[in-house]
Design a protein around this ligand. Structure first.
Ligand SMILES: [Mn+2]
Length: 479
């Protein structure tokens, strides 16, 4: 609480004034992760860097939608993880050996665009160097025009005069970890090739700084982000609670005659109403045969009475996303065949969740779920051999789990499961028309997905409150 008040005071003090115009930089929510947590994360990354190595984490770039309209901005998740800084144009530089700025040396510097009241008038208020320090708690922030001169000094060789870098073996200075650009390549169809942003930038940096080693992946971020701290779990629980509300609204409002997008509208109304800034990924609302398309996002079909609706939707709250799937009958009641498939997936999910124990392999939930699905499909005569992986894959063609956090498919090592890891368990059965089985099963697509926290005392289903059994879903829809 004391922290919040202090933060508020600092925010109120950082007011930009130019030509009589005043825009206050303001955080409208008071449940953000506190700056000292971000500082600890950065310190861990700095401590993990080899002697003299430099890590550079960039803001995601702004994506143009068309003409003078951009897509809504979403920050690079690694930048969010290390700073909480939500604006474009920022570059975080970390170096244990020290980054020279002015007359001092820092282990972390955030370079951010200078505040510009005339553009703030049009596109909103952003944080400048002062706000980066006052509000986001960076040790040092500087205007972005200082970035290139600073890198020049950091990567100057031993003949350079920079005191903070002298006495270093040449080899240990020249290591750069470069993170940024959510899109790694852009297809240039007319040239018959791709533009690889990463490798172009690396080539130019090598030309500028000599034979430095540049890698795009900072492995320590996978290790750190895989395990959620208390502050992250608080935001994830919030995102999950909001998502549960959206799913309930969608299931309760759904009725024959509705389109997929109308069901989606009730879902996302719940998200926005609950305070989510965005969806963590485009909402999937597929009816009937569209439920068999794993990442169906068209959501335009008019559903009809006997359809199953598969809704895979997650709200994003302060950067953290939930990822929940429910499959429900539009009429409010599963047919016998739909229920038979549903109950196999449910049992598979139970087995997958039970396998989310610390120390188990990352694949353990999938193996457990696939076994149940093989057995269930064979019992219904849909496949001939319960243990035939290829036959199972025809109807269950994706993995069961991924990490969840800032990204819907979050960073992680895929090593043995560790306590305070959140992962999804989401088995499914998808029987597209034309499948080699009795046509009575065609167009049934079922996925059930929950968000599971690994703890020392076993798995905790963070989304357990949302109705999950066929009977509970029917009861919810009746209300
Ligand atoms: Mn998922």
């Amino acid at each position: 609480m004391r922290h919040v008040r202090l933060l508020l005071l600092m925010v109120l003090c950082s007011v930009g004034i130019v030509q009589g115009q005043t825009f206050r930089y303001e955080l409208f929510d008071h449940d953000h992760i506190s700056p000292d947590i971000y500082a600890q994360r950065r310190a861990r990354v700095v401590a993990s860097l080899p002697e003299g190595a430099v890590a550079v984490i960039q803001s995601a770039d702004v994506r143009n939608r068309q003409n003078d309209v951009d897509y809504e901005y979403r920050q690079n998740s690694n930048m969010l993880y290390l700073t909480g800084f939500p604006h474009p144009g920022a570059v975080l530089v970390l170096c244990g050996r020290g980054i020279p700025v002015g007359d001092s040396v820092y282990t972390e510097v955030l370079f951010v665009p200078k505040r510009d009241p005339s553009s703030e008038q049009w596109t909103g208020v952003t944080a400048g160097p002062q706000e980066a320090m006052d509000v986001y708690g960076l040790q040092m922030a500087a205007v972005s025009t200082e970035l290139v001169p600073t890198l020049d000094r950091l990567f100057a060789d031993e003949r350079g005069q920079d005191g903070s870098l002298s006495n270093l073996p040449r080899s240990s200075q020249r290591r750069l970890y470069l993170d940024g650009w959510p899109t790694k390549s852009i297809p240039l169809l007319l040239l018959g090739k791709n533009l690889y942003i990463d490798s172009d930038v690396k080539r130019d940096l090598r030309e500028r700084y000599g034979n430095i080693s540049i890698t795009s992946r900072l492995a320590v971020l996978d290790t750190l982000r895989e395990v959620k701290d208390t502050a992250e779990l608080r935001l994830m629980r919030k995102a999950i609670a909001i998502t549960i509300d959206g799913h309930r609204r969608a299931m309760q409002a759904a009725e024959p005659g509705m389109t997929e997008y109308q069901i989606e509208a009730f879902m996302e109304f719940g998200f926005k109403h609950g305070g989510a800034e965005d969806v963590g990924y485009p909402s999937i609302v597929g009816s009937s045969y569209n439920a068999c398309i794993l990442h169906y996002t068209t959501n335009r079909r008019a559903a009809s009475t006997g359809d199953l609706i598969l809704a895979d939707c997650g709200a994003e709250y302060h950067g953290y996303t939930a990822d929940i799937t429910r499959t429900f009958p539009l009429s409010g009641r599963f047919t016998n065949d739909q229920r038979a498939i549903y109950n196999i997936v449910l049992e598979a999910q139970d087995s997958g969740i039970a396998a989310c124990v610390a120390g188990a392999s990352f694949r353990a939930p999938h193996e457990a779920a696939a076994r149940v699905i093989g057995r269930g499909l064979a019992a219904l005569g849909i496949i001939s051999d319960a243990n035939d992986a290829a036959e199972i894959r025809q109807y269950f063609m994706h993995g069961t789990s991924h990490y969840l956090g800032l990204d819907v498919h979050d960073a992680g090592t895929r090593g043995p499961l560790r306590p305070q890891t959140v992962l999804t368990v989401e088995p499914g059965i998808y029987i597209a028309a034309g499948s080699p089985c009795d046509p009575r099963w065609w167009n049934i697509g079922v996925r059930i997905e929950d968000d599971i926290l690994v703890t020392p005392s076993g798995p905790v289903n963070l989304s357990a409150e949302l109705e999950r059994t066929a009977e509970d879903i029917e009861a919810l829809m009746k209300r």
